[in-house]
Design a protein. Sequence first.
Length: 84
Amino acid sequence: TRNAYIIFSPLGVEIFPFFGAKENLQVIYWTQVADAEVTADAKNLVLHFTEEKKSGVVASLKPISERRRHLLEEAVLGVMENRD
């Protein structure tokens, strides 16, 4: 999916595409996520499904203003820290 909303909720991350939403909506529950990170250049959100980081989802953050990407990073890292 190339054009989508990324929605954070207490249940997880929803990737809601602009086109073909019925077929392509993805809900990734926090319980599925072993680790999460924003890449060093702050251009991608990576949700890892295993501790070995061999499977998961990569979502581009390029459409989000560079000044606001840190807010997304803080939200993701906050969820990961508080779930233990």
